[in-house]
Unconditional design. Structure first.
Length: 483
């Protein structure tokens, strides 16, 4: 797990204008976050990089931007209405609600002790309430909820070992499945026919546009359709900063392949995902591949790899790569009555394509980038905090300053350099607040790779001082060379 503390990331993000609590002036709204000026820039850089790598730089990818509100039949056919649930459990003393699996995960030591106290009771093992091996039990405890027996085991454990974080009591309801989709009505009449949902994923907007793209462009297989956009999930207990929230952004691809070609396409996307992690500047030893076992895969998946990252909150999912077979297109074909078959050009061969899905979360990528870039060192006897962001992701690439802001000739020259550099580079900041040392510290914290200072020598020879963020080394560079 990373040595960076979550509170360090949260504090820097708030202090320097990356991320604020949603509706903060009114006391906030749980599970929502607002992105400040630097957070918007970093987020957009990540999304633009993704779009360039996976759409613009490829000949087999088509972009779409589907509506957030969709016909309710979309979610019925996809299985979300019936199966998109999490186990909800409530404190019977104060009414506070939690995700049952999160409660156990947060109490792994107690779960392990409880498992040992019960010994090898057949009903506990069969229900798979808690299974582990002695090698590293805290990392590989698995919790599952399989029918009524397992639910009773869960409640027994919680009632004996786990106190409510709000009231301190140990009195829990049985887990119930809670659908996480935000339900709404479209139009002036609220009845069954007007029901819609805020989409819980962007994937279905791609599947419903598959036939449109084929009819408009008739691409050769394999080909992909990509989308970036908002998704919404009514999380029972959003937590861990932006890692798990109720409103977030996804970057998803549905890659359509011939049924007998899925394995080679799957491996292709494993490699592409690794290229993405490298482009984000994530350390290779902080990213891990988890081959998801059959019992833990989504109902539509025949193979899934979860790429996990060492966050301050532990090793958690960064993104997923799934082989969805023809599940979604076959469902659409069955429910809509419209053919989703692809006809191979110049032949009579037709079939419903299978799908490889790389699914990327923007916020989880952003959080991993911040964690990977966070640094602390010592400069002149003082602690320095800086973000060693890759240059192509940094919200600000250059900060331009006059050495002294009370010298009009320096300010005028600095403004000239700033204007020329901004026209060329775009992401340039003007900074004349405080002395030069404070400016350096401020720019270090927001991840600016280079600080450009205009001093009295600049007026004589048209050179400026450039300071490197990571090394703090300075050198003189001609203005023409800089621009």
């Amino acid at each position: 797990m990373s040595d960076v503390k979550l509170e360090d990331i949260v504090s820097l993000a708030k202090r320097r204008g990356f991320i604020y609590q949603g509706s903060e002036v009114y006391g906030g709204l749980s599970g929502t976050w607002d992105y400040g000026p630097l957070g918007v820039a970093l987020k957009r850089n990540i999304m633009n990089l993704w779009w360039k790598m996976f759409v613009e730089d490829r000949d087999d990818m088509y972009g779409v931007d589907a509506a957030i509100l969709m016909n309710q039949k979309v979610w019925q056919a996809s299985g979300h209405v019936d199966t998109f649930t999490d186990p909800l459990i409530a404190c019977l003393s104060c009414g506070s609600r939690y995700r049952a699996d999160h409660l156990i995960k947060d109490n792994l030591d107690k779960a392990w002790d409880y498992r040992n106290e019960l010994g090898e009771l057949d009903e506990v093992i069969d229900a798979k309430l808690i299974t582990a091996t002695p090698d590293d039990p805290k990392d590989i405890i698995i919790t599952e909820y399989l029918g009524e027996d397992a639910q009773l085991d869960v409640v027994d454990f919680l009632n004996e070992k786990v106190s409510c974080s709000k009231c301190g009591q140990k009195s829990w309801s049985e887990p119930k499945q809670f659908n996480m989709m935000f339900k709404t009505n479209v139009g002036p009449v609220a009845d069954e026919s007007s029901i819609s949902y805020l989409r819980p994923e962007t994937a279905q907007g791609i599947f419903t546009n598959y036939k449109n793209v084929v009819d408009s462009f008739y691409p050769d297989l394999p080909f992909g359709i990509a989308q970036q956009g908002k998704a919404f999930r009514n999380e029972i207990s959003p937590r861990d900063f932006v890692f798990r929230s109720r409103e977030f952004e996804q970057m998803e691809i549905e890659y359509f392949v011939a049924p007998d070609k899925w394995q080679e396409s799957f491996e292709h996307w494993v490699a592409k995902c690794k290229e993405w992690f490298k482009a984000l500047g994530l350390p290779a030893d902080s990213v891990h591949e988890l081959e998801v076992p059959e019992d833990d895969r989504a109902h539509y998946s025949k193979r899934t790899i979860d790429f996990e990252f060492d966050y301050p909150i532990g090793r958690e999912e960064l993104m997923g790569l799934a082989y969805r077979t023809d599940f979604d297109l076959a469902n659409i074909q069955r429910e809509s009555g419209k053919s989703m078959e692809y006809a191979i050009k110049g032949t009579n061969e037709k079939f419903v394509p299978h799908v490889i899905e790389p699914s990327f979360g923007v916020e989880r990528a952003l959080m991993a980038v911040l964690v990977s870039a966070y640094r602390e060192d010592e400069q002149n006897g003082e602690k320095r905090v800086f973000l060693a962001l890759p240059e192509h992701l940094a919200p600000v690439k250059y900060a331009v300053s006059p050495l002294l802001k009370n010298k009009p000739e320096l300010v005028e020259k600095a403004r000239e350099v700033y204007a020329a550099l901004k026209k060329k580079q775009g992401n340039v900041m003007w900074d004349d607040n405080g002395n030069i040392g404070k400016r350096y510290r401020r720019q270090d914290e927001i991840g600016t790779p280079y600080c450009v200072v205009i001093d009295f020598d600049t007026l004589e020879d048209d050179t400026v001082t450039i300071r490197d963020r990571d090394t703090t080394e300075q050198q003189r560079v001609g203005i023409k060379d800089l621009i």
